[in-house]
Design a protein around this ligand. Structure first.
Ligand code: DOR
Ligand code: ZN
Length: 358
């Protein structure tokens, strides 16, 4: 008989954009109701570079939480060419920073202040390795000589492989992987537990055809960009394998509707409301629902050396519903993923049992 209800420990989101101000306020309930903790991306404008900035941002996140919701933000440091190793160390030891984030300069939204030359930050990497602080990597090369769709593959070959040779004990998460090449590299390197990868719901669900179906689809544009069907199938195989080096990271990245639906639409998919339903749908279709708990709840804490969450979360099978835009205080729309799947139907039948509607 088909399963119609599923209870797992409360999951974590190991890659999340919460933004700031009224956008933060509008989106945080959607993550906090489904996830116990999340790794918070530091690519604000200006970015979260120092431990003092991270501490203040963490406080703003706590203040934005609706009454009665519990949620733990795990803060990250945005690495620049001039980040001070001592501040990273202090932030980590004081429990402000959980990890450091490497954006190659220009690789994605608000990555202008990112690292221009990975070799030049060797002292930072040496510090991270020594103190056991994980390095989270946006794995793309953003130079004009590299084809947009090859950015991840070229990054792995030109930057990541040499970096890991230089710092073999550095804990690394290759974030939001999108290619078969990345899956194979991470799987082949993970005899030791230093290298892991996160996988988003959108890269499991869509291939690059979805960018152009019936016309250009700005709400399907994210970075790294969607890839081929063969890549998507590799990602599904990795996520549903239960292997400890692959775990959830939604990369939920809200932008205002007007910023997405533009001649130069921003990269980023706001998946917080539907991410868990999508993962459940994918795992069920792959015949691997029994591996969902490892991917959503167990593998991440194991990598980060954090305790498992105490609470639980239940999925139930229900009739798919239409998704509505979310509104900020100023009544500006944010469109949740999957937008416009059909007029009345998100296509998602696994739903998190909610205590009360938002
Ligand atoms: O799609 C993305 N959006 N990828 C990123 O790396 C950044 C993010 C954002 O901040 O919007
Ligand atoms: Zn991201």
């Amino acid at each position: 008989m088909a399963v119609s209800s599923l209870t797992i420990p409360k999951p974590d989101d190991w890659h999340l954009h919460l933004r700031d101000g009224s956008l933060l306020k509008a989106v945080i309930p959607f993550t906090a109701r489904h996830f116990a903790r999340a790794i918070i991306m530091p690519n604000l404008t200006p970015p979260i570079v120092t431990s003092d900035q991270a501490k203040a941002y963490r406080e703003r996140i706590r203040q934005a939480l609706p009454e009665g919701m519990t949620f733990t933000p795990l803060m990250t440091a945005y690495l620049t060419d001039t980040t001070q190793p001592d501040d990273l160390k202090r932030g980590f030891e004081e429990g402000i920073f959980v990890a450091a984030k490497l954006y190659p300069a220009g690789s994605t939204t608000n990555a202008e202040n990112g690292v221009t030359d990975v070799q030049a930050i060797a002292p930072l990497l040496e510090t991270l390795q020594r103190i056991g602080m994980p390095l989270l990597i946006h794995g793309e090369i953003a130079t004009p000589d590299v084809d947009f769709f090859d950015r991840e593959t070229v990054f792995i070959d030109r930057v990541l492989i040499p970096l890991r040779r230089g710092f073999p004990e550095l804990k690394i998460v290759l974030e939001h992987i999108t290619t078969r090449h990345a899956v194979q590299y991470v799987a082949s390197e993970s005899q030791n537990s230093e290298l892991a990868a996160t996988i988003t719901p959108h890269h499991l669900l869509l291939n690059r055809n979805a960018l152009f179906k019936g016309g250009i689809r700005p709400h399907h544009f994210c970075l790294p960009v969607l890839k081929r069907e063969t890549d998507r199938l590799s990602l599904i195989e990795a996520a549903t394998s239960g292997a400890p080096m692959f775990f959830v990271g939604t990369d939920s990245a809200p932008h205002l509707r007007t910023t997405k639906e533009s001649a130069q639409g921003a990269g980023g998919i706001f998946s917080a409301p539907t991410a868990l339903s999508i993962y459940a749908e994918i795992f069920e279709k792959a015949g691997a629902l029994e591996k969902l708990e490892a991917f959503l709840c167990l593998n991440g804490p194991l990598f980060y050396g954090l305790p498992l969450n105490a609470g639980s979360l239940t999925f139930e099978k229900e009739e798919p519903e239409a998704l509505k835009p979310i509104l900020t205080e100023e009544n500006v729309e944010i469109i949740p993923f999957l937008p416009f799947m059909s007029e009345s139907n998100s296509g998602l039948s696994w739903r998190v049992k909610e205590k009360e509607p938002l």
